[in-house]
Write a protein that binds this ligand. Structure first.
Ligand code: TRP
Length: 331
């Protein structure tokens, strides 16, 4: 049995990139009987950037409903909110005492976010990777599906786990990160050299998986391509077209090669319409399930509560094991 753990922040929007690159892969992993899947909303991470309380609350339930609407099944997987399981905060404190300031200072995401939020470089922003290590280590995780930008955080999680194990013996399972093959590189529609980001201020660059069909079509029609006319897969020289081909390959369930072949002779404009329609069709059942769930608050609340109970059962055991190894007195 392999334990799979991942999390997403309940902030901004869930993009097409999050959908096909992350959560839809999570859904697929839960169907393997050899996997035990645990998925969290990383709301404690979200407050490293200032949030309006009403936005955080609304986004938390919205993202919870989004995960279920994708098809993540609460009878197969544990789905919970990080802030409901206090062991995350507690383990993060303990791990802080085994993490060096210099290591955190060198983290790429910390440097980027410090530049972006220079008016609020709080301790939480710097401590973000340690909280992430706590998330992962609490569940004796084997595998952590993430995007490229999070690989450095998985590396530091492994370093911290190994460091603790070297001092105290086998306290933590040392996890591995991996990048799911499908949809790993969904790029901005306006700047196809950079990743489609949930916090991009340009709405035309990003498809929200809750965008209405006509909005999706409009954004694809405006997608930035190149001045050539031939459809070919060439990420270095034709980043925009290659991004559209990758999206189409996922939504049609084909390989990129097959997709390129089936698009031979099409004009760029035709390709954009075909990708747009294919995304609209893929999202249609998901969007109607979301509309149903977001109006079933009582159901969502019950699911989140049960998820938190199951998660804290596991988390408490790991935390107790570590506290006893450190030498804290039993209560
Ligand atoms: N930092 C991750 C992101 O922004 C979210 C996250 C928080 C996470 N805790 C995690 C991902 C634990 C994997 C495992 O994408």
């Amino acid at each position: 049995m392999k334990t799979i753990y991942s999390a997403i922040q309940p902030s901004g929007i869930m993009t097409l990139g999050n959908y096909i690159g992350a959560v839809n892969n999570w859904r697929a992993m839960q169907s393997d009987a050899g996997n035990k899947c645990i998925f969290a909303l990383a709301d404690l991470h979200t407050i490293t950037v200032r949030q309006r309380p009403e936005d955080l609350l609304k986004n938390s339930w919205s993202f919870y409903a989004l995960l279920l609407a994708v098809g993540i099944d609460v009878s197969k997987s544990i789905v919970y909110m990080q802030s409901h399981v206090h062991q995350h905060s507690e383990l993060a404190w303990l791990l802080n005492c085994y993490t060096y300031v210099g290591e955190m200072n060198r983290m790429t995401q910390f440097k980027d976010k410090s530049a972006k939020h220079s008016d609020n470089i709080n301790m939480g922003l710097m401590d973000y990777p340690v909280l992430m290590a706590a998330d992962i280590l609490l569940y004796d995780t084997d595998l952590v599906p993430v995007g490229y930008d999070q690989l450095q955080h998985i590396e530091i999680t492994r370093d911290i786990a190994l460091r603790v194990n070297n001092i105290y013996g086998d306290v933590f399972k040392v996890p591995e990160g991996f990048i799911p093959k499908v949809g790993a590189k969904i790029m901005s529609l306006q700047d196809p050299e950079s990743k489609m980001s949930k916090s991009d201020p340009n709405p035309n660059a990003v498809i929200s998986c809750l965008d209405a069909p006509e909005v999706i079509m409009k954004k694809f029609k405006r997608a930035v391509t190149d001045s050539d006319t031939v459809i070919a897969y060439d990420p270095d020289n034709k980043a925009g077209i290659s991004n559209l081909l990758r999206i189409l390959a996922v939504t049609e369930g084909k390989s990129v090669e097959e997709t390129v072949k089936s698009c031979e002779g099409l004009r760029y404009g035709d390709l954009k319409v075909r990708v747009g329609e294919s995304v609209v069709e893929m999202l249609r059942p998901f969007q109607s399930e979301y509309a149903r769930l977001i109006n079933s608050m009582d159901y969502l609340a019950v699911c989140a509560k049960e998820g938190a109970l199951k998660a804290s059962d596991i988390a408490e055991k790991t935390l107790a094991r570590f506290k006893s190894a450190i030498g804290f007195a039993a209560k």
